[in-house]
Structures are given as structure tokens and as C-alpha cells.
Unconditional design. Sequence first.
Length: 335
Amino acid sequence: MSERPRALFAMTAENVPLLFPPDVLARLRQTVDIDPAVVAEDLTDPAYADVLARTEILVTGWGCPRLDAAVLDAAPKLRAVLHSAGSVKSFATPEIWRRGIAVSSAAEANALPVAEYTLAMILLAGKDVFVRREHMRAGRSFPGWGIVPGIGNHGRRVGVIGASRIGRKVLELLRPFDLRPALSDPYVDEAGAAALGVPLLPLDDLLRDSEIVSVHAPETPETHHLLGRRELALMPDGAVLLNTARGSLVDHDALLAELRTGRLSAILDVTDPEPLPADSPLLSLPNVFITPHLAGSQGNELARLGEAVVAEAVRVAAGERVAHPVAEGELGRMA
């Protein structure tokens, strides 16, 4: 073993400088022996055979090739996979854990900007900012300084679906505000919800009782169209649906039917399909605010993911356990 563990980037090459800008890359190279000019987009390519055979740490990211038995056979010294993004489901195989290789994810770091986006949207939705802006644009007039009944964030019930990393971070960020958050998650019990400081409600009850519903569940076969026609009909008149998870969790035909009546509003950072076709009616409805899947790490926030990997690399190099491990058992419930 070299003085510094040998590491290899395995991801789409263009992502390396985004996730590891010069200062972050410099700190990584103080800890591991890694060549930023060598980025493996295909680990079965013979060109990477020699370096892969010496690799102890794989630094993965978006576009990482699948780590199956053949790839792992070619990397007999591999002891850690440090992922500079969220989910590892697209490339991780059970063979990694069978060989005792540690897996770490920057999902915790990536959860923060999504939670920040969600918090901002919840507060703005409570003021009915988006719909009233559309009314002003349509009428080209200012409605005056009168009191607007029915809006505001004092005591408003916010229903959070899913105690994922992001869902938990949202609940944490909501604490200083005079809102009433609640949680629905089939994998959380009353004690777990109490530890998060919120009541645990069945999904139907949460939908009936919440003026703003924020979706943070993973995309799995069980959550496909989690919110369909029946579920959306349970939401009270004037409620807002906020989705930063995945578009497939919401039946968009059912949502469109509700939105066309004006009964509900929606804030969507994700859609189904994604992107929406140019003629989608969702793009023109005044009670729909759509952003192009930007709640997650963007721009200067990407460096936070690289920094998370650097911190994990320091631990691995020192013979310590990673701080943010991914267990094989998590794959089934992972997005």
C-alpha cells in the first residue's frame, strides 16, 4: 500500500471539476493519490486495468458505471466506494457488500439544498405568493393594501410525506417557524416521529388535515402514483402540493384535473414526464409554479458534495469507518 491510498474517479468526466473545484480537489489530493486527468466512465475498458488493480478508493458520482463482480474482481485492493452524489442504486450491486467494501454517500450533503428550497416554497406558498403574482400579471394592476383573508404562516399545517434525509431536514428547518408540521411514513413509528418533534399521521389523515403537502418519499414501485385521484381529492380546498421528490409519485392526470378546477395549487420541481412537453397545460395554469429540477445541489452547492467525499477519504485513509455509510438493506427503499 502506498503512503496515501490510491484512488480513482469513476463518473462522467465533466462532473469532476463541478464536484471537485480546485480547492476541494487539492484537499482530496492531500489525502489520496488520485490523478484528476484519469476518469473512468467505463471500468471494463482495458485502458483502466492497471490503475484499477491498484485502486483502494473509488470516488464515484453521476454516470458511475455498474460495480458488478467482474469490475470488483479487477479491483482486488478496493476497500471503499465514496459517492459524491445521493443514491447509489444505479450502480451498486450486492457484491460490493459481500466483499466487505465500505460504501458512503453524500446524500446528507445533497439533502440540504433541497430542504432549503422546500422551506422557501412553503413560506411563500403560505402567503399565496405565486397565485397572486399571476393575478397581478394578468390584470396589470395592484389590488391595493387591504387585508387578504386566508393567507399567512401562523399555525398553518404542513404535511411532510416521507422521513427521508430530505424530509427530516425539512422538519428540522421548519422548527423555528410558527407552523404545525406533521409526518406520514410507513417506516416510522410513534416514537420515531416524537424524536423528530412531529405527530405521525396515516397518509389519508395527513392529506385531509394539511394546507401544504410536501413530498419527500423515494421513487420505488410501491410509491408510484402514491398521490392519485383519491388521495388528491382528500386535500382541502385551497391546499398546495409541493413535490421535490420524483414526478412519478404523483398521478399527473389526476393532479391536472384538480388544478383545472382551481381547488388546489401546486409547486413542482419534478414532473412526469420530465421535462414536460412544451404544450403541457401545467405550464400555463396560473395555480402551478414549476421549476426545472433545480432544488438539489446546483452551481456552487456541488462543491459541498465533493467536500463530503474529502471528509470520508480522510477517515478511510486513517483506517476509520465512514461517517455516512450505505447499507445493502437500504437499496430496496432507496430512490
